[in-house]
Write a protein that binds this ligand. Structure first.
Ligand SMILES: [Ca+2]
Length: 287
């Protein structure tokens, strides 16, 4: 009986200790705590902060666009010479910008084309970028809708240290396969660590499609006609992985040949090759 009493006493003591310990357990997370650790929701301005609908015929609007000029190969052994303000290679008509790659000798090259850039005119940090375009087809074409950093702020070399976002790339020998890609110092194609995804767009050269990215402090997402197919998260491990907290600018071009576009050669019979752009719309990030 005595033993039983001491057992009962021990049990009561254990319950008491358990209850006391229980009071040290942190309170369960309340709803507010949960919300503070959930992913931040971003939204964009209802109207574009800038856009080009390409409604004025002639050369592209010089308030928005400049030209990268030359036949240097552009780091990729590309075959074209990019001309400056030449209506043969870049013109606006009937509501569309056309970039036209042509087979013709010019300077040191056998092809001409154009590379339009907004650098110094329309530079932007974060936002939703929409470009509605119909792409060229044919082996050897390499159209691109993309962004580069407007200043060299990080690292020792402008590229890839300061980042590149490819909203749309397509190589003619692989028809319909559209690529979205991010390049940084840690992730780039030279060391085969680039971050990328593809989406099949079988009528890429017959129909217009909207190529888009949403760029926020936390992620870059790529869409075609509103369908998400690529997400690159900010790793928060420094500029080597995420240099995308500085201004970038937009580029539109058709390259000919090159390390990627020319992997299966160039079909001379496909020229002229045209990319038509219906609009470029850039929306700001809401606070
Ligand atoms: Ca238009």
């Amino acid at each position: 009986m005595k033993k039983q009493i001491s057992l009962l006493g021990g049990l009561i003591l254990l319950i008491f200790l358990a209850c006391k310990q229980g009071s040290d357990v942190p309170e369960p997370l309340n709803i507010q705590n949960i919300q503070s650790v959930a992913a931040k929701e971003y939204s964009f301005t209802q109207n574009p902060v800038w856009s080009d609908e390409f409604e004025q015929s002639g050369l592209p609007d010089e308030k928005i666009w400049s030209y990268d000029v030359g036949g240097s190969g552009w780091g990729n052994n590309e075959l074209q010479f990019y001309t400056k303000a030449d209506l043969d290679n870049a013109y606006v008509k009937n509501g569309y910008l056309t970039i036209e790659a042509r087979k013709e000798s010019f300077e040191n090259r056998n092809f001409t084309s154009a590379r339009l850039v907004t650098k110094g005119k329309k530079d932007f940090l974060y936002g939703r970028i929409e470009v509605r375009a119909k792409l060229p087809s044919g082996r050897g074409t390499w159209p691109a809708i993309w962004t580069l950093a407007s200043q060299s702020e990080y690292g020792s070399t402008y590229w890839p240290d300061n980042g590149e976002i490819d909203i749309m790339e397509h190589v003619g020998y692989d028809p319909g396969v559209v690529h979205a890609t991010v390049h940084t110092k840690a992730f780039n194609h030279v060391i085969n660590t680039q971050k990328a995804a593809t989406q099949l767009v079988s009528d890429f050269d017959q129909s217009f499609h909207e190529y888009r990215i949403d760029w926020t402090p936390d992620y870059i997402k790529a869409f075609i006609d509103g369908k998400l197919y690529f997400t690159f998260q900010n790793t928060s491990k420094g500029w080597e992985e995420w240099p995308f907290d500085k201004k970038q600018h937009l580029l539109l071009n058709i390259a000919v040949g090159g390390n990627w576009g020319g992997q299966k050669g160039v079909d001379d019979a496909i020229f002229p090759a045209k990319m038509l752009v219906d609009y470029v719309r850039v929306y700001g990030l809401n606070n």
